[in-house]
Ligand binder design. Structure first.
Ligand SMILES: *Cc1c(COP(=O)(O)O)cnc(C)c1O
Length: 374
């Protein structure tokens, strides 16, 4: 039995020599953080790559989202989905806002736009939809609803680096979009994140909020935090930008191999290609319909672990069911999100994953069926 450890992700990196060469000038300049030269260069390069009008860099995606909501001066209720990472809901709550959970649609796991308007009250100020797994939300319907009800739209695009819709960068939709550049994401700066927006006033506010609210040496005009990306991270970002297309191309081959293996397995659902969307193959989530498949998610997870293959229940539990929110929201109003959270399993997905391992993972999954003698 093969025993090398396979995790759900493996960070892509430039070669050691290349990174070291790139950080060498920092020993001369001693400009290590506080919006240095590499911070500036990475912002401009990312605007080009992501096809967005402005990129504001942050120390991580969470602080980018939290400070963006603060910068907009929002008050009241925010419509969002519970089928996401803790960060999305926490950013809302930590701003003193009340999350109102909308159900997801069963194909892409993004917000079900047909259910948004029923949740709008006089207190609603914004919608925070999530391009979960890199799946595109119905951006056109969301824009239409937001316009009619005068709501801000801030996308959690943490998973959607490089995703495009009809040739436009995913970050051009809504009032702002948050990207995460965490080490576990398709593209990373070790830790990092960004807000994409076309709103110059918001850009100025974000610049100050990530730097304690400092306007100039003697004027501090907002209650900011410290969320500046440092130069070492910016340089990792510049280097990773050189290899991101290759990383995504490799992931496509792995994605296709999974599909080839799993398409015959009744009861295993996987993400379908969306029309007019350029995908980034960020994750390979499956949803296990235990009756049809003949085994539960837990059985599959346990068996993979025996072979040293470590998969994750992304996204379980729903944020609305997390201990810190116990008794406040519950998941009965979002039945599809709950059903999905109880059955989802995210399989290993990264550029350097070998196709033989993809085949092996799928064989182990198949072997979990009751009828199998494997
Ligand atoms: C990773 C992630 C975040 C937070 O990003 P960090 O860079 O880790 O702070 C927010 N939302 C979602 C959906 C994520 O997956």
């Amino acid at each position: 039995m093969e025993n090398k450890r396979i995790n759900v992700i493996r960070s892509s990196m430039p070669s050691f020599e290349e990174y070291v060469e790139a950080i060498r000038p920092l020993w001369e300049t001693r400009w290590l953080t506080n919006m240095g030269k590499n911070h500036e260069e990475l912002s401009r390069r990312l605007e080009e790559y992501l096809k967005v009008p402005n990129i504001s860099l942050f120390t991580n995606g969470h602080m980018a989202l939290e400070l963006c909501l603060q910068a907009m001066g929002l008050k009241g209720e925010v419509i969002t989905t519970p089928y996401t990472f803790a960060s999305t809901t926490h950013a809302i709550v930590r701003n003193g806002l009340k999350p109102v959970f909308c159900d997801i649609e069963p194909r892409n796991y993004t917000i079900d736009v047909s259910k948004i308007e029923d949740l709008i009250t006089p207190d609603t100020c914004a919608i925070v939809p999530v391009h979960v797994y890199g799946s595109l939300c119905d951006v056109e319907a969301i824009e239409d609803i937001a316009k009619r009800h005068n709501l801000k739209v801030i996308y959690d695009a943490a998973h959607a680096f490089g995703v495009e819709y009809k040739g436009k960068g995913v970050g051009t939709f809504g009032d702002a979009s948050m990207y995460s550049f965490h080490a576990t994401k398709v593209y990373h700066t070790i830790e990092g994140g960004a807000i994409a927006t076309a709103d110059d006033d918001l850009v100025t506010k974000l610049w100050r909020l990530k730097d304690f609210g400092i306007k100039d040496e003697e004027v501090i005009d907002s209650i900011g935090a410290n969320a500046k990306m440092n130069e070492f991270c910016a340089i990792m970002g510049l280097k990773n930008l050189e290899i991101i297309d290759e990383e995504i191309a490799k992931r496509k081959i792995i994605f296709d191999r999974y599909v080839e293996n799993l398409s015959e397995m009744l009861g295993i659902r996987y993400l379908q290609q969306q029309e007019d969307v350029k995908p980034n193959y960020a994750y390979f989530p499956i949803v296990v319909e235990e009756q049809m498949f003949g085994a539960t998610r837990q059985k599959i997870k346990d068996k993979l672990e025996k072979y040293n293959i470590h998969v994750r229940k992304y996204f379980y539990p729903l944020t609305s069911d997390m201990d810190c929110y116990k008794g406040q929201f519950g998941s009965d109003k979002t039945p599809i999100a709950k059903w999905t959270a109880d059955r989802a399993l995210t399989l290993p997905m990264y550029g350097s994953l070998e196709l033989d391992d993809v085949d092996r993972i799928c064989e182990i999954i198949y072997s979990c069926k009751k009828s199998s003698t494997f």
